[in-house]
Structures are given as C-alpha cells and as structure tokens.
Ligand binder design. Structure first.
Ligand SMILES: [Fe+2]
Ligand SMILES: [Fe+2]
Length: 322
C-alpha cells in the first residue's frame, strides 16, 4: 500500500506556498523534492544552456591547442579545454535529473542544440583568429563567467549550487591562465601589443552582450525576474555587467590597452558606468545561430557527437542516438 504523506495531501496552492517558504528561508531544493513546473522548466533551460555553452565554448580555444606558441602554453590551454568539457558533463547531469520526471533524456539536449531549439552563449559564436583572442577569452570571457556564476553559488537548487562551486574554482585558474597570456603580450613587441588591442576591439561588444540585455524588471514577467524570484541568482543582467566593468576596466587600462568605447566613463552621481550599447538586434541574430562561426562550430559538434556514439553505446549498453 502506498504511503501518502501529509505533504502529498496538500492542495497545489499550499504545496507552492510551502515551497516558497523553503526558498525564502534559504533552504536548498533537491532533485527529488516537489517543485513547481515553472521552477523546473526555468532550471532546465538555464542549466542545459549553461552546460551546452561550456561544451561549445571549448571549440574556439581548441583551435589554438596545436598553434599555441610554447609547450607551456599548449599544456595550459589543453587543460582548460578539458576542464570546460568536464563542466559541460557535470551540468548536463544536473539537467538530466530535472528532465527525468518529464520523460525527457539527456540525448534530447544535444538534439535540441543541433535543431536550433537550444541556444548557446553568444561569445562562442565568435572567431578567435589570433593568439591574442585565445588569451582574451581566458582573461575576459572566463572573467565574465566568474561574475555571473559566483552570483549563483548560493542558488536555491542544491545540485546546481554544488556543481557551480567546483566550476567556479576551476574558472579562476582559467582566468589566471588568460591573464598570464595577456600580460606577456602587453609587455611584448609592438606587434604583440597591436594584436592584443585588436582582440579587445573584436571582443568588446560580445563581452557586453555576454550578460544579456537589461530586462524591464518592473513587469515581473521576464525570465530574469523568475530566476531572481526563485533565488537562483540575486543580481540582474545590468548589475552583473556593471560589476564586470568595475573589476576589469581599471585592469584593461593599467596594461596600456584602450577601451573600444570612447564614450565610456564612470558617473559618480549615478554610481554606474555609462557605455555605448552593443547592437542587440545583432545579439539576437548571433544566438539564433547566425553568428560568424555558429554553423561551423555546430557542424563540428555534430560530427564529434556522431563519431563518439560508440562510447555512449559502450557506457549505456544500448544503441546511442546519432
Ligand atoms: Fe567552464
Ligand atoms: Fe572556463
């Protein structure tokens, strides 16, 4: 005979209220706990996109593994690529547990990526034509990722918060690896300095877009507000972008680089950075897989997914989806 707990006897409304009380008390929600559909769906979307972006994010740097200028740099960038793939695996496992009660599998995440239903982060649609770009990705893209991810270290969903703890610790190494490349170029020849400035100019808008558009937080209906409502994160896109400026603008200037935005300044009275907005229509196009490297990288991912089907078959004991 099935045992019906007092919680199960509650109405949906009362369950929701209990759930919100737990969230507001700072309790962690675990995979087997009752959760509203909106919370589950928000987490699946967020974590699947995060996980898949880690995997797609390995591709621009992977191109630089054979071309890194020294053995030391090659080992560094190779270890970083490996870490990013590990982050992807860790996160897809978290997403998988959330999807299971809906009868959905992890395979579907990859299929959604290939069909264009699941988007990956705008920065990973961009080219990395020089060694300066490879360094800049580590320094500023991973730097931006640290800012958004540390904001979720205390996320209400326990499995995500725990995965992020490990991921953030490794991201700090990535940022240091990037910074080391950047500092070497900044102290190098005129050509190296120009290469670095060129990479910053190329990446500036993508870095601004990294945090996403500022949302109309007053409407209370945007996705951004849902993540804040459920205490998955605490800061808005714009607050995170401002944190990024506060941390990195002084560093960029201190190594002799110029900001690609001549209007940029800190407004003391408003207490925030004033900057030129990137083209948000272009952002939408990029994440719709119409960025400069979108198609090429998706093809590459699909190819390795097909080539590695035998590994999934060996591990699961059943025929893998290709
Ligand atoms: Fe990562
Ligand atoms: Fe990283």
């Amino acid at each position: 005979m099935a045992i019906v707990t007092s919680f199960e006897r509650l109405s949906e409304e009362d369950k929701y209220q209990r759930f919100m009380e737990r969230i507001e008390a700072g309790e962690k929600i675990e995979a087997d706990d009752w959760m509203p559909d909106e919370y589950r769906m928000t987490l699946i979307k967020l974590i699947a996109m995060h996980g898949i972006s880690e995997i797609m994010g390995a591709l621009p740097e992977k191109e630089w593994v054979p071309k890194a200028p020294t053995l030391r740099r090659k080992l560094g960038i190779m270890a970083k690529v490996q870490d990013e793939m590990g982050h992807g695996q860790l996160l897809l496992r978290v997403a998988e547990d959330l999807m299971a009660p809906l009868g959905k599998t992890r395979e579907e995440i990859m299929q959604d990526l290939f069909s264009g239903n699941l988007k990956f982060h705008n920065v990973f649609h961009m080219p990395a034509p020089t060694w300066g770009d490879a360094g800049l990705i580590g320094w500023l893209v991973d730097g931006a990722a640290i800012i958004t991810q540390t904001n979720m270290l205390d996320a209400s969903y326990g499995p995500y918060a725990r995965a992020l703890k490990r991921i953030c610790a490794e991201e700090v190494f990535h940022a240091q690896h990037g910074e080391s490349i950047i500092l070497a170029l900044a102290e190098g020849t005129k050509e190296q300095k120009e290469m670095l400035q060129g990479a910053l100019n190329r990446w500036w808008d993508a870095l601004l877009m990294f945090f996403g558009p500022d949302s109309p937080s007053t409407t209370g209906t945007s996705k951004q507000d849902i993540t804040i409502k459920y205490r998955i994160r605490t800061k808005t896109n714009e607050q995170l972008r401002q944190d990024f400026f506060t941390k990195y603008v002084p560093r960029i200037l201190s190594i002799g680089l110029q900001l690609p935005d001549e209007t940029m300044h800190y407004d003391e009275t408003e207490g925030k950075w004033i900057y030129r907005q990137p083209d948000w229509n272009q952002f939408k196009e990029i994440i719709r897989n119409n960025g400069p490297k979108s198609k090429e990288r998706l093809r590459l991912r699909e190819l390795s997914y097909r080539h590695n089907a035998w590994v999934r078959e060996a591990l699961s004991g059943s025929k893998a989806t290709v």
